[in-house]
Ligand binder design. Sequence first.
Ligand code: VTB
Ligand code: MG
Ligand code: MG
Length: 322
Amino acid sequence: MDRDLSLNLARVTEAAALSGARFLGKGDKNGADGAAVDAMRRMFDTVHIKGRVVIGEGEIDEAPMLYIGEEIGTGQRTDDAVDIAVDPIDGTTAIANGMNNAIAVVAVAPKGCLLHAPDVYMKKIAAGPKAKGVIRLDDTVENNIRRVSEAIGKLPEEMTVSVLDRPRHDELIKQIRATGARIKKIKDGDIVTAIYTCFEESGIDMIMGIGGAPEGVIAAAALKCLGGDLQGKLVTYDDAQRERVEKSKADPDKIYTIEDLVKGDDVIFAATGVSNGDLLKGVRYMKGNKATTQSLVLRLPSKTVRFIDSVHDLNHKPEYAK
Ligand code: VTB
Ligand code: MG
Ligand code: MG
């Protein structure tokens, strides 16, 4: 893929963040999502790719934009036939409640390289580069923590495992505690939290537990660029979810490695903070009708980790001005 696509993807996530951030603390989850989707879609219309959404806002009948299968981009560079995974806001509940860790995010890879994960759940385990190759979803929590502990040179007591704060994780939390490892519960945002495992200064060494399956593929794209590791297995709780898995080509029994989730040697990932997080600052509105954003852009072929700080003059971008 054209490496200059990176900057355009940053524009796409910046647009979603600038629009979604207006809703911080407003108690309007759907409003935030709608604004971010709309802004992301409009910015994609200016990008010279021939893209297809493989992970998006839902099926065609339930999502007006960025639905699965939607053709995206100007189509001008047909050599760049790409698959696109989007989450215009991961953390809409966080935005609605004025809480941390919401991001706007996209991952783009050559056609056929991203797992077309159905909108169900995924049991996940992820860790940073030093622990690459030692995590195994089919092994016990205790064994995984022990192996990661040895790989990263920290005692379990010195490690922090991040887990989504959900009743379904009560047993997992007990098992993690039994190893001595510390736990950081998160309300939302398991994409950005998986990314934290690749930045030692974040203090997060692993993530474990069940989150969204689409989020698992997007996180895998980032972790592959960052040299980290992730495995996932689909989880369903009701018939509707089982039907979605059946309709997809995904295998409900397979443990997907990071290479299965994101195939090949080319992927570009971009994320912009919507609300503040430990890696990316959220959108800030400044006097003089300006706003700042902070984005992370990753490109697998070069392994470049790029942070982009932008100041947006909203006088020149009336669509984001209030
Ligand atoms: C997680 C979380 C996401 O969905 O993937 C979660 O990281 C899973 O769904 O930020 P439940 O909320 O039903 O547990 C999100 O909260 C939203 O996409
Ligand atoms: Mg999400
Ligand atoms: Mg979302």
